[in-house]
Every structure is written in C-alpha cells, then in structure tokens.
Design a protein around this ligand. Sequence first.
Ligand code: GLN
Length: 201
Amino acid sequence: MEPRIGILALQGDVREHAALLERAGARATPVRRAAELAEVDGLVLPGGESTTMSRLLGTFELLEPLRETIAAGLPVYGSCAGMILLARQVLDGRPDQRQLDGLDVVVRRNAFGRQVDSFEADLDFAGLDGGPVHAVFIRAPWVEKAGDGVDILAHTAVAGDGTARIVAIRQGPVLATAFHPELTGDERVHRLFVGMVRETT
Ligand code: GLN
C-alpha cells in the first residue's frame, strides 16, 4: 500500500512537494487541520517563511497537535522553513516564533543571507546513491549545533570563508534539509523520506 503523506498547506511550495512524493511512491494530501493530521502516515513541512508559518500554526490550532504528533513519533520531513520549525532553538528568529521541538538542533535563520540570498551547490548526501544532490538554497538556515542523536547527512561550504556548514540532518523519524529538493525535480530525498515512512507503517 502507498503510504499517505501529508503536506502542511498553510503557506509555501506545497504542489512541488506533492509531485515528488507521488513520484517517490506515496499518496500526497494537504494538511490544514488537526483532523487531517490524524490521518497521515508522515508529514512534509515545506519551505516558505517560518515566522508566518509559526503564526498560522497558531491560528489554525495546529501547533500543539503537531508538537504532540511529532513527539509521538510521526515521520516528518522539513525543508528550509520546515527545518527551522522543527528545530528546538532558532538564532536570528523573531521573539514570538514558536518551535515544534522535533530536532535536537540549533539553527540559524537566514544564515547565508548576508553574503548571498540564494545560491546553488552540489552536495554529497550520505546514504543517497547516484552522485551529488544539486541543492537550491533560498534565504536558507544552517545547523549551528546538533545534539548527539542527530545524524549529519550533508554539508556545504559557505561562499567567502569556506567553512563547512551542516545543511541536511536526520534524527530518528525526522529528516530536514536547509535546501529545496522539490525545486530541482530530483526525487531522491523524497524517496529517502518515503522509505522512512514505510519503516514505521
Ligand atoms: N528564511 C525563511 C524563514 O525564515 C526560510 C526560507 C525558505 O523556506 N526558502 O523561514
């Protein structure tokens, strides 16, 4: 049976994720309310704007249900703003920005922003066959600090100082990338996530 994977559809690039999830063998469905959340086997938090998404999660009364469902082990994949929402702590966030606490990491919001708003890079991604992943970064975060239980899957080099920064991670059933695989049509990250969802269903 195809797993049923929800995409948080309050804001952001929902359609692109749906297309890749379907290609990766899942059934994609939008999630806007708690009742819809209860019916999915996994959830994608898309890119967009984390401060807006955090506010909308409050308006739609999804924040607590989402925190509880993630704590109970729902597989979740967050890209860019989704990675920010999943982190336990955000640097350079808004003071009223709320977190889902799904990942034991500290992320820095708009981290690459001062040098460059958006850029592309080829990344070695642990566990993915078929060569480097071409990654699109748009006002992206990076992971500043990761707890012991967090697997680091990819780094990138920062233009300018050349420091390697963490841009893809996994902690148990929670996956996150600072970049947007849904924008390049490369479905390998979505296949990885669909596989994670299958492991739990
Ligand atoms: N800078 C955005 C934020 O703070 C993330 C950008 C993105 O998702 N492309 O949420």
